[in-house]
Ligand binder design. Sequence first.
Ligand code: ACO
Length: 401
Amino acid sequence: VVDIRKLYGQTGLFTFDPGFTSTASCESALTYIDGDEGVLLHRGYPIGQLAEHSSFMEVCYLLLNGELPGADELTKFSTTISRHTMLHEQLNSFYSGFRRDAHPMAIMCGVVGALSAFYHDSTDISDPNHRKISSHRLIAKMPTIAAAAYKYSVGQPFMYPDNTLSYTGNFLRMTFGVPAEEYEVIPAVEKAMDRIFILHADHEQNASTSTVRLAGSSGANPFACIAAGIACLWGPAHGGANEAALNMLKEIGTPDKIPHYIERAKDKNDPFRLMGFGHRVYKNYDPRATVMQKTVREVFDALKVTDPLFETALRLEEIALSDPYFVEKKLFPNVDFYSGIILSAIGFPTTMFTVLFALARTVGWVAQWNEMISDPGQKIGRPRQLYTGPTQRDYVPIEQR
Ligand code: ACO
């Protein structure tokens, strides 16, 4: 008779939940999702209302502090963030160590991970003031780090932050401006970009946020934790899906090719999936995708451009949502399905898409990290396993094997 608990090296109550599909890893007051109804709330406010009426700075304040800011509080918070936008000059030299064709997410992992080497005056995680400063530093410096990753890839000089501009306007200027010329921020583009940041700000215990919490649970410094989150976000099943979705739309090309790709997505022997479709939690339309689809049109109007891939995407959505496979499995467009079309129209190369996601998600990561560290009952994250290897056996000398 085998004691199964001993076999698995485990006694007591034990759950086995691969992918954590039905395990809550923590309590959190930040973000609520009702996946069946397609509802997403930050601190109780619906994402649609925040995207329509709010600003990214306001949402950052909300996520970090629990309430929407008053006018003075918002000004003070935005000013504080703008005072941290500059990078230590020596950090800039990190970039030249990378190949020009390095993926900007690889650069982000490296540069953000290195921040603790420059800002160790804010890494005492037991000190709430250190936690606050490091959170502000991360939110403020991500646009500068991201823009520099882009500038490096195109061989242009880095742009220093212009703190007279908004958070998002400054980011656009650092990315697309050049030192010798005036850069005019187009208000509609600034608004669209800001909205994209809002849509990506937080999403409860997704893979990268769980990674940040797990890394932080050991007491690692916040910069290291966010670098871990960036690494996790990079995967095509998570943040990398926006890049993969646009590449897929390009591969499909014209609407007449859609049925072929729908059939491929349904074929279990074919690894192809519709990128930007499906979600672990949403079994309904992702509310962020609704806003994103609307924003595509606004950006096209503002820039007086169009993109035939938008027609392909709309048609793909229409065909998929009338196909029993997608209906039965409740596979709907997610936030990544339309975002690439907007970012591409604004001028970002596909490799920057996940970087923008990381930039926006930083506030969610630091808010979740702060919530975890402030919890007096916080423990190191340490999942168990079901051991499936050999039972105990004796070492065999090499000449007898
Ligand atoms: N295309 C085709 N079939 C799909 C797709 C898709 N995009 N997504 C899920 N399915 C099918 C699966 O094959 C599976 O079928 P089965 O039950 O017959 O085996 C079923 O739907 C359930 O899929 P799972 O992978 O088990 O669901 P899970 O919750 O683990 O995965 C995920 C969710 C990773 C998002 C998945 O839907 C996917 O890979 N989508 C494409 C990538 C993507 O868009 N990722 C972005 C997610 S949002 C974000 O991170 C911001």
